[in-house]
Design a protein around this ligand. Sequence first.
Ligand SMILES: Nc1ncnc2c1ncn2[C@@H]1O[C@H](COP(=O)(O)OP(=O)(O)OP(=O)(O)O)[C@@H](O)[C@H]1O
Length: 194
Amino acid sequence: MAPTAATSQPIVVSGPSGSGKSTLLKRLFDAYPGKFGLSVSHTTRAPRQGEQDGREYNFTTKEKFLKLVHEGGFIEHAQFGSNLYGTSVQTVKDVAEEGRICVLDIEMEGVKSVKKTDLNPRFVFLQPPSVEILEQRLRGRGTDKEEAIQERLKQAKHEIEYAKQPGAHDKIIVNDDLETAWREFREFCVPNEG
Ligand SMILES: Nc1ncnc2c1ncn2[C@@H]1O[C@H](COP(=O)(O)OP(=O)(O)OP(=O)(O)O)[C@@H](O)[C@H]1O
């Protein structure tokens, strides 16, 4: 069954690490069960506590990852720190075939690559109120080592610069007050619900 254009257009959610993507996506999925589906990314990084293969990520080896790259299996892939991350074409197709709106949670290089495909998604960028607040949130989350935090902050500055380019995103949401950000995010993802 072919979904209608309005329902099949994927949504690309991007923003620096720690900008609140997971927080807002969790709310969205809880609020609208069955409506959206995440494309599960591939990664070569080790699972964090509580993460499940095939749920947060498809955890894989560097060798298998590179094989899929050669086969043209990724929409986008990028290296962050010493780890590879990617979104496979197949996982996006899998979501659409289930009749869900596919949500892609990807970073800047991925956003640029998706723009080269024929997926025609809508792009929303989550922006931290400032780099200082982003740093506080990353520390508060307690999942990253100092080196990783510094790497994420450096990358965040590039993402924020890129987001300033006209046409980079359809919507920029500053995640200052969480409730305000949630309202804006929900309105973007589900435009017709008052
Ligand atoms: N508006 C907000 N005010 C205060 N804290 C927030 C807000 N939004 C998110 N946070 C907190 O900031 C931290 C980072 O948020 P989250 O893990 O959702 O980021 P992320 O963009 O998914 O990061 P990653 O890309 O690394 O997975 C979390 O501890 C979260 O609870």
